[in-house]
Write a protein that binds this ligand. Structure first.
Ligand SMILES: NC(=O)c1ccc[n+]([C@@H]2O[C@H](COP(=O)([O-])OP(=O)(O)OC[C@H]3O[C@@H](n4cnc5c(N)ncnc54)[C@H](O)[C@@H]3O)[C@@H](O)[C@H]2O)c1
Length: 340
């Protein structure tokens, strides 16, 4: 099933598309923040959703859990939802991940639509069919592949996103630029912030992901290029999730990119200018991101499910626009990147 993409201005087309499916009910899923900030906007944009039932879950990555999934399933049961019902996830990547997961297994699968409300979810998390929750301290340890029926992107939702969260969304977009070309990456590093959160930038960024995912929806080869920055980034994110100062997903990905680009220099001879440009980009948009961690903090998270305890496979860059997947990296090589 292909996901239908709707942008601001497509409201009538979106409502006609939903009406065609003849659902017996539509249920909105929001977190505590998007419930307050985004649902009122949504009701203005799509007044026919005015009377829909609503499920509200606690916000934040620490709630992307099995317990909160149970809360959603209990509510869906209470509302007599079934396979002919539609769940609309209104929120950032946390809501689309857990909402998509809950919908994909409820009654063996009910349809869902994602309405992303953060930059990161508009450019990345809303699309691609990976749903999931964190489990046993590991990111996205449980999940399914289930494409949303549709996505509706409207930049108006970004108006209330706190600055730190908005900026964290730049990390996945800069990764998309790195996977495209050096020119695109350079443009991204130099463009003013306002341009990077424009509808055009969002369209371009999600288009990169779409072109990759449509060729490899089940993550067997090409899609793994999208993991650039994520192998080490997820380990850093998992480590900080256990502390009192968790990082945002995008922040962890940016740090992961730094380490993985350094590895790309050593293993593939990637030009040093790439890391220099990334560090300037980091200073420009993530000046407050000053965290300290060591390789020993994250090593267990990195190697958790790998049989080969001496190395790990990850996606690395030969050049911007040329990413190699499944590169075996030795433990000591990863450790060496923790001095930058
Ligand atoms: N499935 C995928 O392909 C994929 C890809 C990338 C990231 N992700 C996942 O996405 C998640 C990160 O997404 P995120 O950065 O959007 O975080 P998030 O969903 O946790 O949102 C961050 C915070 O912003 C608040 N918020 C969201 N929209 C708001 C708005 N419009 N106004 C005010 N506050 C708002 C949320 O309530 C939350 O407190 C992670 O769990 C990550 O694993 C999934």
């Amino acid at each position: 099933m292909m996901t239908e993409l709707f942008f601001n201005g497509d409201e009538h087309r979106l409502m006609a598309f939903i009406a065609e499916q003849q659902y017996n009910q539509i249920i909105l899923l929001a977190d505590t923040n998007t419930n307050g900030h985004c649902i009122p906007l949504l009701r203005n944009l799509l007044p026919r959703l005015m009377n829909s039932n609503r499920i509200v879950i606690p916000s934040g990555e620490q709630n992307k859990t099995l317990d909160v999934s149970c809360l959603i399933w209990n509510e869906l049961n209470r509302l007599n939802a079934g396979r002919s019902s539609l769940l609309i996830n209104i929120g950032g990547g946390m809501v689309s991940d857990i909402g998509g997961f809950a919908a994909s297994v409820f009654k063996r699968g009910m349809d869902f639509i994602n309405i992303p409300t953060t930059l990161l979810s508009m450019t990345d998390a809303c699309y691609g069919g990976k749903t999931g929750i964190d489990f046993n301290g590991l990111k996205n340890n449980l999940g399914t592949f289930q494409e949303p029926l549709a996505i509706y992107i409207h930049p108006i939702f970004l108006q209330t996103v706190p600055d730190r969260i908005l900026k964290s969304g730049l990390a996945e977009s800069v990764k998309h630029a790195l996977l495209t070309s050096h020119d695109q990456f350079r443009y991204y590093c130099q463009a003013p912030f306002a341009d990077l959160i424009s509808v055009d930038a969002i369209r371009n960024s999600i288009a990169v992901k779409m072109s990759i995912v449509t060729k490899d929806p089940k993550d067997q080869n090409l899609r793994q290029t999208l993991n650039l920055g994520h192998t080490i980034g997820h380990a850093i994110e998992s480590y900080f999730l256990q502390t009192n100062t968790p990082l945002l997903h995008g922040e962890a990905v940016l740090l992961g990119l730094k380490h993985e680009i350094k590895l790309s220099e050593g293993i593939f001879g990637l030009s040093e200018t790439v890391l220099n440009e990334l560090m300037i980009f980091k200073e420009k948009h993530f000046a407050e991101l000053k965290v300290s961690y060591s390789y020993s903090d994250i090593r267990d998270f990195l190697l958790h499910d790998k049989k080969n305890k001496t190395g790990i496979r990850m996606s690395l860059l030969k050049n911007p626009g040329d990413c190699e997947i499944q590169v075996l990296v030795q433990d000591h090589q990863v450790m060496e990147t923790f001095t930058i």
